[in-house]
Design a protein around this ligand. Structure first.
Ligand SMILES: C[S@@+](CC[C@H](N)C(=O)[O-])C[C@H]1O[C@@H](n2cnc3c(N)ncnc32)[C@H](O)[C@@H]1O
Length: 220
């Protein structure tokens, strides 16, 4: 299991019915079943070829009826409400599309590959409570993780939507590195762009990013 998957797995709560959407290899579900974190688990993937990997990995659990493989889009083929939904490694827009077709689950663990801001906005608008919203590292890469509940409600500031609440509250190295990278990218873009309106937008973004960079450095 990769560091990314291990980090995600450590944040999966106990549930009665667990669903791993976009399971591919099925490692996260293996982790959940091995630790008795759910009564039964669904592994779902839109690709039959990808699902086949999870079927092979989890063949004993499937034979015992503790794991049910489903080849379908999102939550479509799952015949009951899962009280914990994991969706990792998909784009944020795809996650929003998948989650918007059903009531939000009691617990969710989401690791979008991009467009995390859109996922945050969707969850808060739907009345979710985000318990963890953090950027974590794997080698030189970094990923976002959103863990929470489908009910409870939350209030997010514009900065929290854009950067992640726990990143702003207690910034870690992965978030700091991302801010530095974005500062450099924005400076690079400013050096190339001539259009006045685009430059204004880039300058505003740079000022925001440098403000966050300064705030982090004051804490370090
Ligand atoms: C990059 S893999 C991520 C696998 C694993 N969840 C992880 O984080 O390592 C994305 C998987 O999601 C599946 N997938 C993409 N869109 C999907 C959808 N709408 N419904 C179900 N599975 C989907 C793909 O077939 C692929 O197996």
């Amino acid at each position: 299991m990769t560091e990314r998957l291990a980090y995600i797995c450590r944040h999966i709560p106990r549930a009665r019915v667990f669903a791993d959407i976009g399971c591919d290899h099925g490692y996260c579900t293996q982790y959940v079943l091995e630790r008795g974190l759910c009564e039964r688990a669904y592994v779902s993937d839109v690709s039959a070829e990808c699902l086949e990997k999870a079927k092979t990995l989890l063949q004993n659990e499937i034979a015992a009826g503790r794991c049910i493989p489903v080849c379908a889009d999102g939550l479509e083929g799952i015949p009951e409400a899962a009280d914990c939904v994991l969706c990792a490694g998909l784009g944020g827009e795809e996650m929003v599309r998948i989650l918007s077709l059903r009531p939000l689950p009691e617990h969710f663990v989401l690791q979008p590959m991009k467009n995390t801001e859109k996922v945050r906005r969707f969850l808060v608008a739907r009345g979710a409570k985000l318990e963890l919203d953090v950027t974590f590292p794997e080698g030189k890469q970094c990923y976002d993780l959103l863990v929470g509940r489908g009910t409870g409600g939350d209030v997010y500031s514009e900065h929290e939507y854009r950067y992640g609440r726990d990143n702003l509250k207690s910034p870690g190295r992965a978030f700091y590195d991302r801010v530095l990278r974005d500062v450099n990218r924005t400076r690079g873009a400013l050096a190339r762009v001539k259009n006045a309106i685009q430059r204004e937008a880039l300058l505003a973004r740079l000022a925001e990013l440098e403000g966050i960079q300064d705030a982090i450095e004051e804490r370090l």
